[in-house]
Ligand binder design. Sequence first.
Ligand code: NAI
Length: 464
Amino acid sequence: MKEVKNICCIGAGYVGGPTMAVIALKNPHIKVNIVDINEQRIADWNDADLDKLPIYEPGLKEVVAETRGRNLFFSTNVDQGIQDADMIFISVNTPTKTYGKGKGQAADLKYIELCARQIARVAKRDKIVVEKSTLPVRTAEALKDILSNSESGFKFEILSNPEFLAEGTAIDDLMAPDRVLIGGDDTPSGQEAKDTLSAIYEAWVPKEQVLQTNVWSSELSKLTANAFLAQRISSINAMSALCEETEADVDEIARAIGMDSRIGPKFLKSSVGFGGSCFQKDVLNLVYIAKSYGLTEVAEYWDQVIQLNDYQKRRFADKIIKKSYNTVNDKKIAFLGWAFKKDTNDTRESAAIYVADHLLDENAQVVVYDPKVPAEQVYADLEYLNTHDPEEIRKRVKIVNDPYEATSEAHAIAVLTEWDEFKEYDWNKIFASTLKPANVFDGRNILDKKALEVIGFNVYNIGK
Ligand code: NAI
């Protein structure tokens, strides 16, 4: 086993930041440098005011408060970080390609490749390189190729160590992971590298929960895990549509099937559809990979998970329109929530974006309140779709800091994120100020339907 005194993580995002903060916390003898080319992001990570960290995660600022300046450092000096490190994690973004071959499905690996080339160029000794980003199966082959063709002649051992944390519970997930997965070559040097990384995790994770596999199994396990999780949501959401037609209740069904130990109770919450940077991107990537091996049926099977999710978002928007007497033209629709889930400020692929876009097609006025998402992010998310021009978006979409202002005079209220605070509002006060009939569309099934109906609201749930 090699001794690791210095770790570098390339990418200070939702994964790199929290993951490395916890590694630094649990391994005070290792210096951890997180580097990123995004100067603003690094400045925010270094901000003296811990409420200004670029990522909101419960428990994160406490970990950063303890480690930052002790053995955790944030910098834009990527070359230096690489040179100093015994082990380099690559935790950069791997978005869906928006151009060329595989557009709309394949993962864009340009950021990964740039990192590999930079490591090859500036490294001055042997390194262990760890894939932390979620990558298509066999990416390590390409990394190895780039690194082994470097002129330096140094030896690079490649490991795959996908991250399974969920945003919103990242710190808890990192502190007590179900498992840590480490893939590497079965050669003596590959085994040594796997043991070296295992030892870092074993500072706090029980040894039997640190799994070692070959590189390809590790890479493909991450895509498989996300595909299974997304599939479960699409499965329960498919049933929600049927429930709405039949007076069955999707939450009762989830409870009934969840007690079957073969199925289990988790991840059976029906909603307006899944979001987040990973599920859609990783399932699409899986579809692309299956297709590229000629496995059409496999590709079509997983593609249906995405199609069902798109259907669920559209169905929610259509219900708002239908219950608004088939027109939302110039009507104020209040959105409670914009983040893709509670306890995060991340909005990537949030269902709210697509529901809003659909309502904008119908000339609605959308007023958004989210406790953690800034106004400019909402505009950026809508502009990114390229379906409405920026001026129109700014005219039709308003972002407010007060939920009561959002709901005042609204024709409809839609819950898009399951923030706990929405349950605590003074719904009598909201009822008094909304237009009647007072329609609430609970896209997360979190509000007390009966209590709201007593007040006078019409409450439309998912799958009820
Ligand atoms: P992110 O977009 O929040 O962070 C990536 C960071 O990498 C950005 O700050 C970017 O500036 C930086 N970067 C890109 N190229 C760089 C370069 N050449 N040199 C230095 N910095 C560079 O992405 P996030 O969410 O942290 O995801 C990273 C990877 O982890 C992705 O592959 C994702 O699929 C995977 N993942 C994400 C999870 C999540 O919940 N967000 C969970 C598990 C895996």
